[in-house]
Design a protein around this ligand. Structure first.
Ligand code: ADP
Length: 192
């Protein structure tokens, strides 16, 4: 199945995507993870995006589309995928629709994990201590949450309008949230 996870920073997308990958046996495509790998490897892309990510800003749509097109050219995406971190604004959502139609793999479902702002801030502060991610500084976190509200939240409506949105409560144990996701995707899970 072809699935996109939507939710603010700290909403648990990455954690749930990892579990879903095992369950569905399809690749987990995480744009944040791909960019962090480029930064760590010091590639030309990494050198450009490192400072942008550190500040909690969005990388340009043009660069991101290139990253995504390259990823979808890999044969492992042919049996489905879990997309996490893209699209992050309406222009990316439209570009993704065009790309997926072109490769004959339109999105089945967008799963939105809803978590209120206070809990997000707590979770991100906890992760900052545990993982030391460059963009988990208090200032970058505030900016990422603002960018989410301004640019990414409208993407939810994009999928709602297409009748492809599952809006889920992202608060609870990891198992609870995972169970909610499995219920939401069950009508699609057999679709190759
Ligand atoms: P989170 O959801 O916790 O903010 P991600 O790991 O998804 O973190 O993304 C980290 C950073 O990578 C973003 O703040 C942004 O700078 C960059 N990034 C990831 N995906 C995209 C995207 N689709 N468009 C623009 N920038 C992106």
């Amino acid at each position: 199945m072809r699935l996109v996870l939507l939710g603010a920073p700290g909403s648990g997308k990455g954690t749930q995507a990892t579990r879903l990958r095992e369950h569905l046996q399809v690749p987990h495509i995480t744009t944040g993870g791909m960019l962090r790998a480029a930064v760590d490897a010091g590639t030309p892309l990494g050198l450009v995006v490192g400072p942008i990510m550190k500040a909690g800003n969005l990388v340009s749509d043009e660069l991101m589309l290139g990253v995504l097109e390259e990823r979808f050219a890999q044969p492992d995406t042919r049996n489905g995928f879990i997309l996490d971190g893209y699209p992050r604004n309406l222009s990316q959502a439209n570009a993704l629709d065009v790309l997926l139609v072109r490769i004959g793999q339109p999105m089945d479902l967008a799963v939105q994990l809803e978590v209120d702002q206070e809990l997000l801030v707590d979770r991100l502060a906890g992760r900052a201590k545990a993982e030391g991610r460059a963009d988990d500084s208090p200032e970058a976190v505030r900016n990422r949450l603002r960018v989410y509200e301004e640019q990414t939240a409208p993407v939810v409506d994009h999928y709602r309008t297409q009748g492809k949105l599952a809006h889920l409560d992202g608060v609870g144990s990891l198992d609870d949230v995972f169970t909610r996701i499995l219920e939401a995707i069950s009508p699609y899970a057999d679709v190759g």
